[in-house]
Design a protein around this ligand. Sequence first.
Ligand SMILES: [Fe+2]
Length: 241
Amino acid sequence: MNTRGRIDTHSHILPGIDDGCPDLADSLTCVRQFIAAGYAGTICTPHILPRTFPLNTPTRIREWVDALQEAVNGEGLHYQLWAGGEVTLAPDNWDTFEQHGVPTLGASNAVLVDYWGDSWPAFADEVINRLQAEGYQPILAHPERMKLPVKDLEQLVATLSERGVWLQGNLNCLSGGEGDQSQWLSQTWLKAGLYDLLASDTHHSQRMTGRLVGLQTAIELVGATRVAELTIERTGKIATG
Ligand SMILES: [Fe+2]
């Protein structure tokens, strides 16, 4: 298993199952771009959003990862894939988990969550508290892109970090690909040491450039050693458990 190099812990490169890569050719193009940028593997995290993507269960995601891995190997590419998911926080998350299982990342107990509302609801805290109580490590995806007023967002992010929620910055935000505010917040939080992980949230090969520019931006802002902590050391432990 090739786990030397960076590992991306947030991506939508499984072909044709959510709003990510539309087909296998695009998935393989993304893999080639990751390899060229020094990545050794990707945890595939399709949206876990039952009303929009009802087929995206942990069992099916593992099957799709195995199929993409076979295609990657068939191309002669040395690149490791793992299964995961990106759970949009919702009042019925536990019903979904009880029905289909918890979509943990790779071999770890980590669970990637996101939220897009303009305020932080009580059920979001309840889901996170229960994940922690049952031994899971919640990771909040791209907090810098959340829609809360900035002051509320800064306070929320600080509180979640203190509570042990890991914060995953988005490389595309660091390069400005998601707008000025998320660029400013992500750069500020990276320099402040708030992030536990950095990830690409790749959706399509044609939108990879901003992610890779963001990786270089991160290195310029905090240095290669710190970026390695956020994209190699901790991510490697998540992938391999
Ligand atoms: Fe995502």
